[in-house]
Design a protein around this ligand. Structure first.
Ligand SMILES: Cc1ncc(COP(=O)(O)O)c(C=O)c1O
Length: 394
């Protein structure tokens, strides 16, 4: 499986590497933060792009119906969700779609519900657009599985609450929401007239025993009340192509969204991205299977490692290639915890606190790396913990 060997990205202007000095104060860390993969984007995607490059003109192009249809078929095959081509529109990025949806479905001063901890742009997009953040703290059960509390959520809703921003599967806590959870949440939103904007960019990275359910697929009513954000960025490691889509079944919501989209002129994207997108979804089944078997094995490795770790705990991620390490037993403040990983482990992880105050005492580790690199990283943590234990005894 050549595609899944370690790839040296240190000289390819990868943000994961180039921002090390700025983020961690040193280049001397193995970076395991931003959510892209240190494995090759599929070769068949590059073949399609190379083929397009044989043509000498790179002018304006709109995305082909075939590209959207390839995504529809993928969603049907992989998630049993039947979507129509006309529900889909191009977006340069999922975060841009979040901003566009916030402006399309609410006014300045309105409230947007967000479950914390969560991917930081969920907070910033609400604030940058002058809406009020209503934060719902996710809870943890005794095993460490996160859940939302529907009765508390209900009390947080006011007349000004217009949107629920849902992260499904959830970054950083790795939850793949179960059907009854989504149905309860969906029913509350329908009852209260709240539009669901569901970021499902991690939908294809789901581990054995779990199933991603697009919330829009659960009923006709939920389909009509939901805006789903999708894309090739995570599944095919294509963030650098700057392409994603927004799926809206409701004609009314589609119209509102489309007006806002025109105001900011999303346009229709770049030729090479269109080609890459279409190829990714058309020919991706086998590649995706291999990807998942590699990620599953890395995930299992971390779980096993954490089972032996006296201090770092983890609830098995159900989806995403992100491990949410519970480091609270180390007894360090957030600044010291971050420094421990940088200075003592030589690793550049994402600090839990950057995902909201509920992330205090946690660190997020991106395990979409080669098995070899993951082993090295885990050993670095184990060694640092051992040294720390030893020092504390002397
Ligand atoms: C939940 C979630 N949404 C969106 C993004 C970013 O997507 P894009 O690069 O298309 O804006 C990420 C990246 O980590 C993510 O985890």
């Amino acid at each position: 499986m050549d595609e899944f060997i370690a790839i040296d990205r240190s000289s390819s202007n990868s943000e994961k590497y180039t921002l090390r000095q700025k983020l961690f104060g040193t280049d001397n860390v193995q970076p395991m933060w931003v959510a892209d993969m240190d494995i090759a984007t599929p070769k068949y995607v590059f073949d399609a792009v190379a083929n397009r490059l044989k043509h000498p003109v790179m002018g304006y192009e709109i995305m082909r119906d075939e590209a959207y249809e390839a995504q529809c078929l993928w969603m049907e095959r992989h998630h049993g969700w039947h979507i129509k081509r006309e529900w889909l529109s191009y977006s340069p990025s999922v975060v841009a779609s979040i901003g566009c949806a916030i402006r399309a479905f609410s006014n300045e001063g309105d409230e947007v519900l967000v479950m914390s901890p969560v991917y930081p742009p969920f907070f910033s997009m609400v604030k940058e657009n002058n809406r009020h953040l209503v934060l719902h703290s996710l809870q943890r059960d005794d095993e460490g599985e996160y859940f939302f509390d529907i009765e508390t959520l209900r009390t947080q809703i006011t007349i000004k609450t217009k949107i629920l921003l849902l992260c499904s599967p959830h970054n950083p806590v790795g939850r793949v929401w179960r059907e009854e959870e989504l149905r309860t949440l969906g029913a509350l939103c329908l009852e209260q007239g709240i539009i669901i904007v569901s970021d499902e960019v991690h939908c294809d990275i789901v581990f054995e025993g779990n199933k991603h359910l697009p919330i829009a697929s659960l009923s006709q009513e939920l389909g009509e009340n939901t805006v789903t954000l999708l894309g090739t960025g995570k599944t095919f490691n294509m963030a650098g192509f700057g392409i994603s889509t927004v799926c809206i079944a409701s004609e009314k919501l589609r119209e509102l969204y489309s007006q806002e989209r025109k105001r900011i002129h999303f346009g229709d994207g770049a030729v090479l991205s269109h080609v890459a997108f279409e190829a990714a979804y058309t020919d991706g089944d086998e590649w995706h299977q291999k990807l998942m078997s590699n990620l599953q094995s890395n995930r299992d490795k971390i779980i096993e490692w954490a089972n032996y770790s006296p201090v770092i705990k983890i609830f098995p991620p159900q989806g995403t290639y992100l491990a949410w390490l519970d480091c609270r037993a180390l007894g360090l403040g957030d600044r010291e915890l971050r420094e421990f990983f940088i200075q003592k482990c030589g690793l550049g992880l994402s600090a839990g606190l950057s995902f909201g105050r509920e992330g205090s005492g946690f660190m997020r580790l991106n395990f979409a790396v080669s098995a070899e690199l993951l082993e090295i990283a885990l050993k670095k943590i184990s060694d640092a913990l051992e040294r720390r234990e030893h020092e504390s005894k002397n």
